[in-house]
Design a protein. Structure first.
Length: 339
């Protein structure tokens, strides 16, 4: 479809998603004749599960092999798909060109909707335009908050990485940090750059950015270890993902450093490390919610014309801090792999 006919250009007013979902579920259980037939239909329906026509949705992310963060995103997406009578097709590649090819595959399969991450938006611009021309609605999640409207996506679900970074920097001030090593596991990922830049904006000390190869964890470990040995004045290591924080714990030990560790993002092993005091705090962007809302948003759009945020504002899922004060409660959910 051309840009003038794209759904976002019609400026339909936002509708509360939860209410719409409830209304549609009830509609699927009702009869036009009402009364007893309606009640009988409701009794036959599975509680909380849509009876709308089967949809196919492709979720395409920039997940790198072994990055457990995306397992949580996927679980959220699968939960929404099960509720909404959706067939979910998941694919991922950290290489932006390959990710664009995966989106093209989804277009070729004539899916009913696409949810995509925009870690490197320029590489995906062309193929997203092809999806629109094919009449396939596209929503963004996790990465790409600064670019989702430029690419004419319907909606975006995620964290403002700059805001999260700035909050992180303020937290570092509160704990008395002086010099920070900010470890970035993927060069060119706009979200990771925004995190470190946000930290530097509000942190009153010095930020030393360090690129590492996130697909090679032994290399990550050795690089951080070498940096800590080289510069004993580093008193905090900031990582941008849970697996890298856990690796940094080993690096600090190997280097004989007194540096403390804080990170963005969670997993169940990281929760244990916060409880043990090996990691001081983490920013939670709620990846389960990102996956869930992206898939559910496509269902709501197809079945009720809804736009979360009215198609004009993103739906923010973070940042929230997890530390020893609240880790026990969050840990209950992390143990199930949903936080």
């Amino acid at each position: 479809m051309d840009r003038s006919s794209h759904p976002r250009s019609r400026r339909i007013a936002p509708v509360v998603a939860v209410a719409a979902a409830a209304a549609l579920t009830l509609a699927g259980c009702s009869s036009s004749s009402g009364g007893k037939k309606s009640e009988e239909g409701a009794a036959d329906a599975s509680a909380g599960k849509a009876t709308t026509p089967r949809m196919t949705v492709a979720l395409v992310t920039h997940q790198a092999p072994g990055d457990t963060f995306w397992d949580t995103v996927r679980k959220g997406a699968e939960a929404a798909a099960a509720k909404d009578n959706i067939k979910l097709v998941y694919s991922a590649d950290p290489n932006a060109g390959n990710q664009a090819n995966l989106v093209q595959n989804a277009i070729d399969q004539k899916v009913d909707g696409i949810a995509v991450t925009l870690a490197k938006p320029d590489a995906l611009k062309g193929v997203i335009g092809k999806a629109e021309k094919s009449g396939i609605p596209v929503v963004g999640l996790n990465s790409g908050l600064s670019d989702w409207k430029k690419l004419n996506l319907l909606e975006f679900f995620g964290q403002d990485e700059s805001v999260a970074g700035e909050a992180f920097g303020k937290k570092l001030n509160e704990v008395g940090a002086k010099k920070v090593l900010c470890v970035m596991q993927e060069q060119g990922n706009v979200g990771l750059t925004q995190r470190c830049d946000g930290v530097a904006k509000t942190f009153e000390g010095k930020v030393d950015p360090q690129n590492v190869n996130g697909t090679d964890m032994p290399s990550v470990k050795s690089t951080i270890t070498a940096k800590l040995k080289q510069d004993p004045s580093i008193d905090y290591v900031v990582t941008l993902g849970a697996p890298f924080a856990l690796t940094a714990v080993q690096s600090v030990s190997d280097a004989g450093s007194k540096a403390k560790i804080a990170t963005f993002d969670l997993n169940k092993d990281l929760i244990k490390s916060i409880k043990a005091g090996d990691i001081q705090f983490a920013v939670d962007q709620q990846p389960y919610l990102q996956g869930y809302l992206a898939v559910d948003g496509l269902w709501l759009y197809k079945n009720n014309g809804n736009y979360s945020g009215g198609g004009e504002q993103p739906v923010l899922t973070g940042p929230a801090f997890v530390d020893k004060s609240n880790v026990d409660k969050i840990g209950e959910f992390a143990a199930k792999g949903t936080r």
